[in-house]
Design a protein around this ligand. Structure first.
Ligand SMILES: [Zn+2]
Length: 107
């Protein structure tokens, strides 16, 4: 399994496609597929039939579609730039992620 550097609630920037340059929060990680769901990014329209039992009306809803991990980059809070992430171990033995641009710890 591919090690995923992106976590839920991370801020990421889209690096390709129609949403290139957009920044959003990670809603879900689909690790088996190597994809992530990013808030308000890669929106697709879905036609729904509705469900009378659940009292859901039919119609068109907009939903996020998963984006491949290779098409997103973590945005560092400290330097506010999309960046590559590295791992390092702190003095108390904890593994943390850090920004390769400004060296700030991301976690
Ligand atoms: Zn940074």
């Amino acid at each position: 399994m591919m090690k995923c550097k992106i976590h839920k609630d991370d801020k990421v920037m889209i690096t390709t496609g129609k949403d290139k340059g957009k920044i959003g929060k990670v809603l879900r990680i689909l690790s088996k597929k190597g994809r992530v769901l990013v808030e308000k990014v890669n929106m697709v329209k879905r036609h729904t039939k509705g469900n009378p039992y659940a009292q859901q009306p039919g119609g068109i809803i907009e939903k996020e579609a998963p984006v491949h991990l290779s098409n997103v980059m973590i945005v560092c809070d400290a330097c506010a730039k999309p960046t590559r992430v590295g791992y390092r171990t702190t003095e108390d033995g904890k593994k943390v992620r850090f920004c390769k641009k400004c060296n700030e710890i991301i976690d």
